[in-house]
Design a protein around this ligand. Structure first.
Ligand SMILES: [Zn+2]
Length: 147
């Protein structure tokens, strides 16, 4: 599967070195949709994302930098309209308190490139009870068959 950022010199699925790339530069590299979501914390419309109803086996990477974020085993079908996971790669993401729009939420960001990915809520299924509510645009799926 092709990823959104073909001419992206920072993209790597193996290098986990922290990136420090200004938004000015990301704007030239990323598609407008991916830029708006990853760098400006926009949200894709519910039920529109390519991974919302999607249950193939494989790995999910950050569409901006290639950092590993989720395994398909942790994906579950949620009615919220966005791809949902109950567990993230601990080395893939970090969290930030988000009080935008008068809501108390926890933002999920990529550890390598600091991109916004979505939010995490505590109404998910066992074993974690968490629901990582992600934007499809921020994710890149690689099926096990391609490994
Ligand atoms: Zn990233």
């Amino acid at each position: 599967m092709e990823h959104e950022a073909k001419n992206n010199p920072y993209y790597s699925r193996t290098d986990r070195t922290k990136l420090d790339v200004p938004n000015q530069e990301w704007r030239n590299i990323l598609s407008p949709d991916l830029y708006a979501i990853s760098r400006e914390a926009a949200t894709e419309r519910p039920f529109t994302g390519k991974y919302n109803e999607f249950d193939q086996l494989g790995e999910y990477y950050c569409a901006v930098c290639g950092n590993h974020l989720f395994r398909s085993d942790a994906k579950f079908s949620s009615s919220c309209g966005w791809p949902s996971f109950f567990e993230a790669d601990k080395e893939g993401v970090y969290y930030k308190r988000d009080t935008a729009f008068g809501m108390e939420r926890v933002e999920v960001l990529c550890q390598r490139c600091d991109s916004h990915l979505g939010h995490v809520f505590d109404d998910g299924p066992k074993p974690t009870g968490l629901r990582y509510c992600m934007n499809s645009v921020s994710l890149e799926f690689v099926p096990d068959s391609e490994k």
